[in-house]
Design a binder for this molecule. Structure first.
Ligand code: S3P
Length: 216
């Protein structure tokens, strides 16, 4: 029997309701999932590995806010990293860095890039692994030095060193710090990131390896 126009209208209405309920249920499930399993991508690696560059690109692609720990420290302390080193020494800086890390890494559904030394002090690396998908950007000394030459940031640990001294210093520090960095859940080999396309390719590789999907 063909439905009368009225039955037809009701039937359509019911279908519409079901769809809207399914949509709402799905949305609630996703929101709950995000709430129960907050997503955090935490990028670590030596100075000049490309943590901030990649973090910004990921933020654009995934739609999650990006926090650079050095930037957060500078904003909260109203001082540059160089000033903090000057006034409190490295030890003082590391204490501040740990405290600020415990603020930033509690934010939910974010991308965070740490300072090069962050994972290597206190129990920071274990804490980072508890908080999210840690990714070590593993770069050769050559690539690190090229990236550092391209950057305008002041790195207190490198001030006053000649290019050869920087190279030797980076070599020595990376081999010492690798014990911490290698505890990351994911390791991404870094290529030279000297244009937008290369940055985006690396960002896509990182997304694939962590399995983190776009903001719903
Ligand atoms: C440091 C790295 C810096 C900054 C500070 C100390 C380090 O951050 O936290 O100068 O010990 O490697 P970037 O890795 O973002 O340069």
């Amino acid at each position: 029997m063909r439905p009368s126009p009225r039955q037809g209208a009701d039937a359509n209405k019911q279908t519409y309701c079901c769809l809207s309920l399914t949509g709402k249920a799905e949305w609630l499930r996703m929101a709950e999932n995000l709430h129960n399993n907050p997503k955090r991508i935490i990028i670590i690696g030596y100075m000049g590995a490309g943590k901030t560059t990649l973090g910004r690109a990921l933020s654009k692609i995934l739609g999650f806010p990006f926090y650079d720990l050095d930037w957060y420290i500078e904003t909260r302390m109203r001082k540059t990293i160089a000033q903090i080193f000057e006034e409190r020494g490295e030890e003082g800086f590391r204490t501040i860095e740990r405290n600020m890390l415990h603020e930033v890494a509690e934010f939910e559904n974010v991308i965070i890039s740490c300072g090069g030394g962050t994972p290597c002090f206190f129990d920071n690396m274990d804490y980072l692994n508890q908080q999210g998908e840690t990714v070590y950007l593993k770069a050769t000394t050559d690539i690190i030095c090229k990236h550092l030459n391209m950057s305008k940031n002041v790195r207190p640990l490198l001030i006053g060193k000649s290019p050869d001294e920087v190279k030797a210093f980076v070599d020595e520090q990376v081999s010492k710090r690798n014990a911490y960095y290698m505890k990351a859940k994911h390791i991404l080999e870094v290529h030279l990131m000297d244009n937008r396309e290369k940055v985006n390719t690396m960002a896509e590789q990182l997304i694939a390896m962590t399995g983190i999907s776009k903001k719903a």
